[in-house]
Design a protein around this ligand. Structure first.
Ligand SMILES: NC(=O)c1ccc[n+]([C@@H]2O[C@H](COP(=O)([O-])OP(=O)(O)OC[C@H]3O[C@@H](n4cnc5c(N)ncnc54)[C@H](OP(=O)(O)O)[C@@H]3O)[C@@H](O)[C@H]2O)c1
Length: 320
């Protein structure tokens, strides 16, 4: 299946920028809708990538974006919704369930069959967190349309790499505080490298064997959150006191952090960590040889690497 044009919805973010890069390397024309063009500066230099300001929740805007493309990739996802309605709030519903439904409707109208959909590891309608429940319902809805479309779903564990919001957040906190009270310290993750995730998305697009499949994407090793924080600290040259918070204090901390405009943690995130974010050794994407965290993270987190130092200078000069 030859692909010339791809619509990459949610492509301006961390994972999307990597996928855009991979598709551009293959000479594929990529359109990335964004709510704010300023979010897409990192994509300007990619020769076959075009960004457009659009409201993807508007069916008419979506119809004109989908028109004439060979495939759609949907990456839109949010981590927080202050609305605590059950089973999840309006923002989660709009981003994770209603948007995929609208995307399928627009694809049907335009006669586009190929969709690659981003879910999340452990997403399920009975999961402990609203994020995972809404992701699970979105995934189930997309899979139910499998008869009419050629769909591939990916379910990654937490994703790391330059620009990630996971290890970089801990690195920032560790640079600021010598003591880190840690909620969910025993939670288990199987972090996966963003470059491997991007390869899987780009590689599966024209591969018929992946149609109708759901793939878990995980790295080669399982870590507790505490191990990840301590490893990050070692890379940035800090020796913090990491204190495992008991459940009640962890909930209190998550509640308070959840009130911040861009929270590093919320009560719902804490609920996600009640279940292991691991694949139990069963990652089923063909030819899957994921990079080790230790082979990648030092280059972008290490105290000696250039990026964190430049970020520090920008921050001090109030230019970040
Ligand atoms: N990062 C991880 O560790 C991880 C792990 C498992 C699964 N995932 C899933 O992977 C996907 C991408 O994650 P990421 O880390 O790349 O996220 P990200 O950096 O936050 O990017 C999210 C993208 O979605 C768009 N977006 C966000 N809210 C939107 C809304 N309400 N309406 C329309 N577009 C919206 C943003 O576009 P604009 O702001 O430009 O409009 C942006 O392009 C998400 O679905 C996430 O759930 C991520």
């Amino acid at each position: 299946m030859e692909l010339k044009k791809v619509l990459l919805i949610g492509g301006s973010g961390f994972v999307g920028s990597w996928i855009a890069n991979r598709l551009s390397e293959r000479g594929i024309r990529v359109t990335i809708p964004t709510r704010h063009r300023d979010n897409t500066k990192q994509l300007i230099l990619l020769p076959t990538v075009y960004t457009v300001e659009a409201d993807v929740h508007d069916p008419q805007a979506l119809a004109s974006l989908v028109h004439g493309v060979d495939a759609v990739i949907n990456l839109v996802g949010i981590l927080h919704d202050k609305d605590s309605s059950q089973p999840y709030g309006k923002r989660f519903a709009a981003a994770h369930v209603e948007l995929p439904r609208k995307i399928l409707a627009a694809m049907k109208q335009a006669g586009v069959r190929r969709l690659v959909h981003m879910s999340a590891l452990k997403a399920a309608s009975d999961a402990p967190s609203a994020y995972l429940r809404s992701k699970g319902d979105g995934e189930a809805m997309v899979c139910a349309a499998g008869g009419e479309f050629d769909i591939t779903v990916f379910r990654p564990s937490v994703i790391f790499g330059p620009g990630d919001a996971f290890l970089n957040t801990f690195a920032t906190l560790l640079r600021l505080f010598p003591i880190l009270p840690l909620a969910g310290a025993a939670a288990r993750f199987q972090p996966v490298y963003v470059g491997d995730v991007a390869d899987a998305f780009a590689g599966c697009l024209g591969d018929h064997a992946t149609f109708g499949q759901i793939y878990e994407l995980c790295g080669p090793k399982v870590y507790t959150l505490r191990e990840l924080v301590e490893y990050t600290a070692s890379l940035i040259g800090r020796r913090p006191l990491v204190i495992k918070l008991p459940d009640t204090l962890a909930r209190l901390q998550a509640c308070m952090l959840g009130l911040l405009p861009n929270p590093p943690m919320s009560l719902d995130n804490l609920r996600s960590m009640q279940i292991d974010n691991t694949s139990n050794g069963h990652c089923n994407y063909p030819d899957w040889h994921p990079k080790r965290l230790e082979a990648v993270a030092p280059a972008y987190l290490s105290a000696l690497s250039l990026q964190p130092r430049l970020d520090g200078y920008r921050c001090r000069a109030r230019r970040s």
